[in-house]
Write a protein that binds this ligand. Structure first.
Ligand code: ADP
Ligand code: MG
Length: 729
């Protein structure tokens, strides 16, 4: 029945903006009030404890019981002073979102009274009932259960909900035998490796550098849909995307007035989101540069990768909650609407030294540019050597719809660097073996004295690249809107760390053979350029020519998740992850399995919802409409207008044709699903879902349903239409 659609439209008609009251005029008055950040710790902890905690955070030193107890005591006092009653370990299981287990601060004493208690041990470690989180058979193999352990590098924070206030403690989730069961643990290990290796390379140039931090700024794209309309679409509710829906005619897109100025309901939502984020210390700036109608973006000021990623995960939770308060649903699906732009999560990434220098910032000083070019080329080499792993890191059922579709990076991993830097590579390559004599300007001789400090030609073309250099950072643009950045960031940092280690070893060897340091560096960098040039692509990444060109270059093009994930099984991957101390082969295999199962489950749900909508919503509507037309023809004949019925008769035939196809395809697909569900191997099953369900049925089924949408009386159509969903007021 179309009743739900029209009821929802009536609700939307009457919506009013929800008022937002900032706690204060000045953001600095309330920024971070709900976080136990460094400023609070410094105030609350003794100097000794504070120093030891600092050492744990910045130097990775162990936290002993005394420190944990002292932090727990002041954390509890701070939280209770803010009206908090419960605490929870907050973690990022492999399901993709975040999880919590709430405990009250109260404990019973021997005489039966309750006191507020929170010991260091409760801060440091907790045992969630983990049996429901995916472990890819890991827990069965190694141990029965896992535990969460405090990550002191990410500040604890307070979440306010209807039920009250909860203190959330960021943690990793690991099994008793040490296998990681979450997204954060491998990321922390990868960040340790990038620190170690990048610092070692920095020390070739500057002995005073003791630490390098990877930084991340996540541009988060999303769609905002009215809650009533979204809830009237079972596909949006159950899969996060529209499985059917006629795309607005090409070229015209939607009428201009649909996406002019930001409607006041949306700006109130964005304002409320900013306030909530600031309270949690998330430094976001909302942006309104919607590309598609109803699409928006928020971008924070960059932070250390682990903190930035926790903030992104937290931000997504916050967005869902604030959206609901403002009668919206936020869609993080990478491709919620056919024919419109998808949503990504652009990972802006760079390396920052403890002296405050961005290693990817070109400089006017030749000497500093040698550092820049060293990191720049090593990163590109790492991208070339690990392109398949990077591709796997962004693979998901939902991102498959986006990569390679309109206005989205292709699934081929390449890097955009701009003409000027490309020329620098060429010059370096052509310089051959240079003999440097005493007194020579070595940088000039090596051709690295003239990298322009500001790279102006990062034109719009870099938008089509999955991995673009944008002046002082790389931007991994192919990461999906729904993803946890940790996966992409783990692979990128591991790949670069591994490459930096190799580089250092090669340079050291040349220096031992009495080569001058600068010449050794340039020689090794030069040897990378042929590889680097294979992965660098400056043209239009959206075009079909690139697909052909990439093939000639021998670059991979994995168009679906099950195939993209195959690299996780390779021996070279296990070796890399083992050498970098990130994961064992068993952990890698477990993750592979979990991600395949996740893919299969997503496809299964989409297929079920599709068949259900088709058979139980679309077909009955089509039949009713058909009957109406038949009545019309009969009536015309009754009054002697037989000859006038031709057009209506044609319409009846067309509706029948599509109706029959919808029924046939839905039933066939359901049968196929039954067969595939009995396949044992997770990989075979995922591939079957990809090839024999998704590829074979989804598009065709949708085509017939969307055709029916163009024919059937608008008043009968049961699902809110694209222009209604995307029409925000
Ligand atoms: P653009 O508009 O070209 O994408 P912006 O300067 O607006 O560039 O930055 C986009 C994102 O990149 C922001 O989240 C910003 O904080 C982040 N960013 C900027 N510099 C760095 C850096 N050195 N490391 C990581 N992220 C960065
Ligand atoms: Mg950007």
């Amino acid at each position: 029945m179309a009743k739900q659609r029209f009821d929802a439209l009536k609700v939307v008609e009457l919506r009013q903006p929800i008022n937002v009251n900032p706690p204060s005029e000045k953001v600095s008055d309330y920024f971070g009030v709900n976080t136990f950040g460094l400023h609070v710790m410094k105030e609350q902890l003794s100097t000794d404890i504070y120093t030891r905690l600092q050492n744990a955070i910045h130097k990775g030193e162990q936290i002993d019981e005394n420190v944990a107890d002292a932090v727990a005591t002041s954390l509890k006092a701070w939280a209770i002073s803010k009206g908090v009653t419960h605490y929870t370990h907050w973690f990022q299981p492999l399901t993709g979102s975040t999880a919590e287990k709430h405990d009250a601060f109260f404990e019973m004493t021997n005489d039966g009274t309750a006191i507020e208690r929170f010991k260091g041990s409760a801060l440091v470690r907790q045992e969630p009932d983990a049996s429901s989180f995916p472990s890819g058979g890991l827990r069965q193999t190694f141990e029965a259960r896992g535990y969460t352990a405090w990550d002191p590098t990410s500040p604890a924070f307070i979440i306010e909900s209807g039920k009250g206030k909860t203190l959330c403690i960021p943690t990793v989730f690991v099994s008793y035998t040490g296998e990681s069961l979450d997204n954060k643990a491998p990321l922390l290990k990868a960040l340790e490796q990038i620190d170690k290796t990048a610092t070692a390379v920095c020390q070739i140039f500057d002995r005073s550098i003791e630490k390098v931090q990877a930084t991340l700024g996540t541009e988060q794209e999303f769609f905002l849909i009215d809650k009533a309309l979204a809830d009237a679409r079972p596909d949006i509710l159950l899969t996060g995307k529209t499985l059917f829906g006629r795309t607005p005619p090409k070229g015209q897109q939607l009428d201009d007035h649909y996406f002019g100025a930001i409607p006041s309901r949306v700006s109130r939502f964005l304002q409320a989101l900013e306030i909530e984020s600031y309270k949690l210390g998330i430094p976001i700036k909302t942006r309104h540069n919607e590309v598609a109608p109803s699409q928006f973006e928020v971008a924070p000021i960059f932070e250390e990768v682990n903190v930035a990623n926790d903030h992104n995960q937290l931000l997504m939770d916050l967005m869902r909650k604030v959206a609901s308060r403002h009668n919206f649903r936020v869609l993080f699906h990478e491709k919620p609407f056919e024919g419109l732009n998808g949503s990504g999560k652009h990972n802006n990434w760079s390396l920052l030294t403890d002296k405050g220098k961005n290693l990817l910032q070109p400089s006017t000083k030749a000497k500093e540019n040698l550092i820049f070019i060293t990191f720049f080329i090593n990163i590109l080499k790492a991208v070339y050597d690990n392109a398949d792993l990077l591709r796997a890191s962004i693979a998901s059922a939902s991102n498959d719809y986006r990569l390679g579709a309109n206005e989205a990076p292709p699934p081929i991993i390449s890097a955009f660097i701009g003409t000027q830097l490309f020329n620098v590579l060429t010059e370096l390559e052509n310089n051959g073996d240079i003999k440097v004599k005493k007194g020579d300007n070595i940088y000039m001789k090596l051709g690295i004295n003239k990298i322009p400090p500001i790279l102006l030609d990062n034109t719009d073309r870099n938008r089509t690249s999955p991995f673009a250099f944008t002046g002082n950072k790389f931007e991994f643009r192919a990461v999906g809107s729904n993803a946890n950045n940790a996966r992409a960031m783990t692979v990128l940092n591991v790949a670069v760390a591994n490459q930096l280690e190799l580089f250092k070893r090669e340079v050291d060897k040349l220096i031992e053979q009495d080569e001058k340091k600068e010449v050794a560096i340039i020689d090794i960098l030069r040897s990378y350029i042929p590889s680097v040039k294979k992965v660098v692509f400056e043209g239009n990444g959206y075009g079909e020519e690139w697909v052909q060109e990439a093939k000639r270059r021998g670059l991979s093009n994995f168009r679906d998740t099950p195939r993209a994930l195959q690299v996780l099984k390779k021996a070279a991957t296990s070796r890399l992850f083992k050498r970098m101390k990130i994961m064992t082969q068993a952990e890698l295999f477990a993750r592979h399995e979990i991600r395949l199962e996740n893919y299969t489950r997503k496809m299964q749900i989409e297929s079920r919802v599709m068949a259900d909508l088709a058979l139980n919503h679309i077909c009955p509507t089509a039949i009713r409409y058909q009957n109406m037309l038949i009545e019309n023809v009969k009536g015309m004949k009754d009054i002697g207008l037989e000859e006038e019925t031709e057009e209506v008769m044609n319409l009846i035939k067309k509706v029948s044709k599509h109706l029959n196809q919808v029924k046939k395809l839905s039933n066939e697909m359901t049968q196929e699903r039954k067969r595939i569900n009995s396949i044992d191997s997770p990989e075979e099953k995922a591939i079957a879902y990809c090839d024999e369900i998704k590829e074979k049925y989804f598009e065709e089924l949708r085509w017939h349903v969307d055709k029916l949408e163009t024919m059937i009386d608008d008043e009968m159509w049961p699902l809110p239409k694209y222009r209604e969903l995307l029409f925000l007021r």
